[in-house]
Design a binder for this molecule. Structure first.
Ligand SMILES: [Zn+2]
Length: 457
């Protein structure tokens, strides 16, 4: 997996030359930019610094100029550092109507990190070198999605960071047998332990005991004792421990049939806890697992929104991944054609860059066909005269929670690559001689030579 991070620091333009100190601090790390520039300078027979500088013959110039940069890589991790100066001086108008030119004196040092985990050792070294050299701290650059902020402004709330108890509970519920049992216990308002076996298919019955234990250990279920009336066979009372029975009987509590309560039979039972209820409502355990996985990819919980219909099993999460909006629909069942229609409508409202369906089962074939047809018709120009092609983002499927980590890694890697393309390109370009510099060198070499004159000595 690849994660992406962008950090920045403001420095004075007069300090730009100090960038060499940063590189000197890291001279044991292989680089991509300077070796390329040095090789070209050697061929041209001039010092490399003479070949720096942008080619101003371009028609369009961005409002900034990339002046220095390097890409450091130790194999697994890659850090691109680039310094940009504002190209334009700002013109200020004073109260007297005078025009004052405020020279651009600041520059921005950007640091783009591609690493398998957000804890990048190389980044820490760059951070230290930048601090020592420029006396400034690299700070995480927002670089977030505007669409995500709009969705937040529309009233959607960020997810609460899951507690440790919720994280372990979600792990237990991710197991289909445990989940089935928990749902049955919740629906039945508690179940006798001996009745749990019949809640799962024959093939899974051998796993019921371990699954029940895991549910109890995670605090999703609570162990109870049920008093069963020997006469009517009905469940009379439910209490946390059989030890309480004698005391209750002594204080006069009787079964409805009139017998002392401690003379009736006791059966072990389980009931759903408050945590269990909370985790099953709206399949919150799936949201918790998703948030945990996104956090592992370096995406904080405050960039994940929930969009849950109260009381229903419908659940959406919206995540801002490196400036792209991910819409994730979580479903603890098969994703049907009907679900595809409503998800299509949701896509129209949220306008995600990457729509993802996460189901504990499968996405139905007709639902997949529906999305393919949608994509095909969106590609067709609406009006023949306009050649503009509308594309609909490809819907991704995660079928089964055991696929969640691997498929999310793929999506996050893809978005990290897309996000880092521009800054890597800009930095790599600094390792290439500009046409203007080559022309200058060639012109200087041929000065005084030409038809009829002697070659320069
Ligand atoms: Zn009784």
């Amino acid at each position: 997996m690849l994660t992406f991070q962008l950090l920045r620091a403001r420095i004075a333009q007069s300090d730009i030359a100090k960038f060499d100190h940063v590189l000197a601090d890291l001279d044991d790390v292989p680089t991509l930019v300077s070796p390329a520039l040095e090789a070209q300078a050697k061929v041209l027979g001039v010092p490399p610094e003479e070949l720096l500088g942008t080619d101003s013959s371009q028609d369009y110039l961005p409002p900034y100029e990339n002046v220095r940069g390097e890409i450091l890589t130790d194999g697994e991790e890659m850090v691109a550092v680039i310094i940009r100066t504002d190209r334009d001086n700002r013109i200020m108008v004073t109260d007297d109507g005078e025009h004052v030119v405020e020279e651009a004196t600041q520059a921005t040092l950007f640091c783009a990190v591609l690493s398998p985990s957000v804890d990048s050792l190389l980044l820490e070294r760059v951070r230290d070198a930048v601090r020592e050299t420029f006396g400034v701290e690299l700070e995480v650059s927002a670089g977030t999605s505007r669409r995500f902020d709009e969705l937040m402004d529309e009233g959607r709330v960020t997810v609460d960071k899951p507690t440790d108890a919720e994280v372990s509970a979600a792990e237990v519920l991710a197991d289909p047998v445990s989940r089935k049992l928990a749902i049955a216990v919740k629906a039945g308002g508690g179940l006798l332990k001996k009745d749990l076996q019949s809640q799962v298919v024959h093939a899974d019955q051998g796993r019921v005991e371990a699954a029940t234990r895991a549910l109890l250990d995670a605090g999703l279920l609570e162990a109870d004792v049920v008093v069963v009336c020997g006469k009517s066979g009905g469940q009379v009372n439910r209490l946390p421990s059989p030890d309480l029975l004698q005391g209750l009987a002594d204080s006069g509590l009787k079964c409805s049939c009139g017998r002392r309560i401690d003379e009736e039979k006791c059966e072990d039972a389980v009931s759903i806890s408050q945590l269990g209820r909370d985790m099953l409502d709206g399949s919150r355990w799936m949201t918790v697992q998703l948030v945990v996985e996104l956090e592992r990819c370096g995406l904080p919980a405050n960039r994940v929104l929930v969009d849950q219909q109260k009381g229903g099993d419908e659940m959406d999460c919206i995540a801002d991944v490196y400036g792209s909006v991910l819409l994730l629909e979580l479903k603890d069942k098969e994703f049907s054609l009907g679900n595809a229609y409503s998800f299509g409508a949701k896509m129209g409202i949220i306008r995600p860059d990457v729509p993802v369906i996460v189901t504990t089962e499968h996405v139905g074939g007709d639902a997949k066909t529906h999305f393919e047809e949608r994509a095909r018709s969106a590609r067709r120009p609406r009006v023949a005269r306009y050649r503009e092609v509308e594309t609909e983002p490809e819907v991704r499927y995660i079928e089964g929670m055991d696929e969640l980590r691997g498929r999310l890694d793929e999506i996050v890697t893809e978005l990290a690559q897309a996000r880092s393309q521009k800054i890597l390109g800009d930095t790599l370009a600094l390792g290439s001689v500009s046409p203007a510099a080559v022309l200058r060198v060639v012109a200087e070499r041929t000065r005084g030579t030409g038809a009829g004159s002697e070659p320069a000595t």
